[in-house]
Design a protein around this ligand. Structure first.
Ligand code: FAD
Length: 411
């Protein structure tokens, strides 16, 4: 717990961080990479370029200061950070490096306002957080039976185009040994040498198939160039173009706390868009296997049928449920933003336009449902608001962000 002498300085930092948080996080990363360029191999340099990492750190600092004594609010956030750190191979010795550069960045940005008392208070607050993270990460590495940063070599055994932009890679252990199980919804970090940066880069990919198989499957969207200010994604394009059957790659253990709660028997409602379908497919497989009678509503939004990955697999699962006693266990609803002429001809989607939860049959969104969201941030914000407006409680809704978490729900 933060000391009584430090507390007023942390409280006083809340408005300061609101105003200067981005400047501090930007200065922090500049300092960090200047002093320790080797850490660029651990951080996602794409998120540095597009500014989302700086924004996320500024939000996290603000949220930490604002909730410094609110363990209930901080615990889930810490749990999510720990999971990400395990997948990245963060080690205890990284924390003093980060702490030193963070305090220096606060001093740089605030100038004379960064009094020795304020810096001492932040040193204490950071130390508390670092100790909590180091302790939890130690337990997690032990549970995975790995050393920090230890990865597993995998071999690509199948490469399958799933849509115009998404391709699946089926991976088996290169040493032929069995793979550990994972919880549906979890992801792995994949290591890739990026020649243009002269760096190794780690990217997270959700496991998109059922757990307890001899392979893991990841389904990767190729991030195409989207105009001058939106260059093509480095790793996703490289994996699409250069990773073939027979190639090897190093990955982290399965991580992440966006997982299906197995103790809930209420209907499972999976709502996703775009490549956000990946953890949902794994949860769907997991649910049908573990609790075959539990109803699942699978709502999915995409551009059109050409951008609808894993559809045949989903429909085959649905067909396999249609025995007399299991009918309607799996209900699907597909929203195509701009259906093609072929989509209209086949007529195998449910609505044209964006997924509008307020216009759906209430049976698709039961009051007692267990809700999971994954997709672009604006999509998730819209669906979350729509669910809350329909009387779904916040604790019934979980979501996964395919980028640095922005912690909107903490402030
Ligand atoms: P990057 O090179 O990292 O670029 C990312 C974005 O930043 C691009 O849109 C790019 O245009 C933009 N950008 C880069 N430089 C600039 C600049 N100078 N100015 C402005 N914008 C810029 N992805 C999947 O495909 N499937 C999954 O199942 C999946 N699961 C995930 C699970 C989790 C928990 C997380 C955190 C992410 C997941 N992702 C998934 C996303 C994935 O990890 C990568 O972020 C994604 O593949 C893009 O990586 P990239 O290297 O291709 O793009």
């Amino acid at each position: 717990m933060i000391s009584a002498s430090a507390r007023p300085y942390i409280d006083a930092s809340v408005p300061v961080l609101r105003e200067h948080g981005i400047a501090i996080s930007t200065r922090f990363y500049a300092r960090l990479f200047e002093a320790h360029p080797e850490l660029k191999n651990i951080f996602n340099m794409g998120n540095q370029e597009n500014g989302s990492q700086q924004q996320a750190l500024a939000g996290a600092l603000f949220a930490y200061a604002a909730n410094i004594d609110n363990a209930d609010a901080l615990t889930p956030v810490i749990s999510r950070i720990v999971q990400k750190h395990i997948s990245l191979g963060i080690r205890a010795e990284h924390y003093p490096i980060v702490g030193h550069n963070l305090l220096a960045a606060i001093s740089d940005v605030l100038g004379d306002a960064a009094t020795p008392e304020l810096i001492a208070a932040w040193a204490e607050a950071y130390g508390l957080l670092a100790d909590a993270l180091i302790g939890e990460e130690k337990k997690q590495y032990a549970a995975h039976q790995i050393e920090p940063g230890q990865q597993r070599e995998m071999i690509v055994v199948r490469k399958q185009k799933e849509s115009e932009t998404i391709t699946s890679f089926y991976l088996e252990a290169a040493d032929g040994l069995p793979l550990p199980s994972f919880q549906p919804g979890q992801y792995i970090s994949v290591a890739t040498d990026v020649a243009v940066l002269n760096l190794k880069q780690l990217r997270q990919y959700s496991l998109s198939d059922a757990p307890d198989q001899t392979h893991w499957r990841i389904s990767i969207k190729r991030e195409d160039k989207g105009g001058q200010d939106h260059p093509a994604g480095l790793v996703s394009n490289q994996l699409h173009a250069n990773l073939h059957v027979g190639d090897k790659l190093w990955v982290s253990p399965p991580c992440g706390d966006f997982v299906m709660d197995k103790n809930v028997s209420a209907p499972l409602i999976l709502i996703s868009a775009g490549v956000g379908i990946t953890p949902m497919m794994s949860m769907l497989h997991g649910s049908l296997c573990q609790a075959p009678a539990r109803p699942v509503n699978f709502l999915y939004a995409t551009l059109n049928g050409d951008h609808h990955p894993l559809k045949a697999e989903l429909l085959a699962l649905q067909a396999s449920q249609e025995s007399p006693d299991q009918k309607n266990v799996l209900t699907t609803h597909f929203a195509y933003a701009v259906p093609s002429a072929e989509d209209h001809a086949i007529n195998d989607f449910d609505q044209a336009g964006y997924l509008q939860l307020d216009q759906l049959d209430p049976a698709l969104l039961p009051k007692n449902g267990d809700y999971y969201l994954c997709g672009p941030n604006p999509f998730m914000q819209a669906q979350r608001q729509a669910l809350l407006a329909r009387g779904i409680a916040p604790h019934q809704i979980r979501q996964e962000v395919f980028g640095p978490a922005l912690l909107e729900n903490l402030q």
